[in-house]
Design a protein around this ligand. Structure first.
Ligand code: C2E
Ligand code: MG
Ligand code: MG
Ligand code: MG
Length: 291
């Protein structure tokens, strides 16, 4: 029924919104409203990227950032991605949004790296939806965007989810391999929350995993949680995968992760997602964020 709702929203626009919201209930009406508004949002430039710092646990230095999408709508206010990404995926709009995100994030990292020493560039992590692999020539658009913005492939990290690998498609694997050959880092987001067997991961052209924040949450309070994350860190090492810990909210958690051999971390302890100009200010201060 969501698809039907989307269809009507697409073809009949806002006038029918009232009618369908009464007919189909609140879930479907939210789909109609969001679907129609997302389409407008691209035209009206209502999307915005926030950047969350990623920190090297040894030096305390910012080594990169993750681009996180925000939608500022006059009626809805600021809409977080968990509320609209799924709708955007189901309507296919994620392809266009995703290209916008890539272009914007690549421009941002070019801007950030302009004033940094050549041997100390920042990286930029961008979230990709599986849809972007399935319904679009992603490889071509990434190449275009890198060329257009002047972003080096080595600066770019593409975050995918385990479910993309479960598609078990030769085409997807080959796209990922090409990205890796170009120098782009492929990262598994929300690692260990999906269904993939870890030993299987070694067969894919992946260089990094991000430990989901659900595994970080209680490591300072519960011994069994600390043991679990330690095991995950060991597995990542055994697979020769770089590791990023997500959702680090305290210094205690940061220290425990560092002791267990995790190299990079991200979370409110180091910084919330922020505007580009704010990130630039923090970088200019050159703080050791572990202190
Ligand atoms: P994600 O990629 O796993 O991003 C991490 C999420 O955790 C972000 O939520 C971030 O704000 C939040 N976070 C970071 N540090 C902490 C912390 O210390 N504590 C807590 N409680 N949360 C923390 P956000 O920005 O709401 O994004 C949610 C999800 O939406 C992302 O999860 C990602 O899957 C998706 N997303 C965001 N931007 C994009 C995008 O441009 N494209 C696509 N396809 N998906 C996106
Ligand atoms: Mg992510
Ligand atoms: Mg994540
Ligand atoms: Mg997530």
């Amino acid at each position: 029924s969501a698809d039907v709702a989307m269809y009507h929203a697409k073809n009949y626009g806002r006038n029918n919104y009232q009618f369908y919201s009464r007919e189909l209930g609140s879930k479907a009406s939210e789909y109609i409203m969001l679907g129609a508004s997302i389409r407008q949002a691209l035209k009206n430039a209502e999307f915005e990227l926030f950047y969350q710092p990623q920190v090297d646990l040894m030096s305390g230095e910012i080594v990169g950032a993750e681009a996180l999408l925000r939608w500022r709508n006059p009626q809805l206010g600021v809409v977080m991605p968990d509320r609209f990404i799924k709708v955007a995926e189901e309507s296919g709009l994620i392809v266009e949004i995703g290209e916008w995100v890539l272009r914007e994030a690549c421009s941002a990292v070019v801007c950030l790296n302009r004033y940094r020493p050549d041997d100390h560039p920042l990286s930029m992590a961008v979230n990709l939806s599986s849809r972007q692999f399935l319904y679009n020539d992603l490889l071509a658009s990434v190449k275009d965007i890198l060329a257009e913005t002047g972003c080096k492939p080595e600066w770019l990290k593409l975050e995918i989810t385990e479910s993309l690998l479960l598609e078990d498609s030769q085409e997807i694997i080959s796209t990922l391999s090409t990205f890796k050959e170009m120098g782009i880092t492929i990262s598994i987001d929300d690692f260990c929350t999906g269904y993939s067997a870890m030993s299987y991961l070694g067969q894919f052209p992946i260089s990094q995993v991000k430990i989901d924040r659900s595994f970080v949450r209680d490591i300072a309070a519960k011994q069994d949680k600390l043991e679990l994350i330690t095991a995950i860190i060991r597995i990542a090492h055994a697979l020769r995968l770089e590791l990023v810990a997500e959702g680090v909210e305290s210094k205690q958690q940061a220290n425990l992760l560092k002791i267990q051999g995790c190299t990079i971390a991200q979370g409110y302890f180091f910084g919330k997602p922020m505007r580009l100009r704010h990130l630039k200010l923090i970088l200019a201060e050159e703080h050791d964020l572990m202190q």
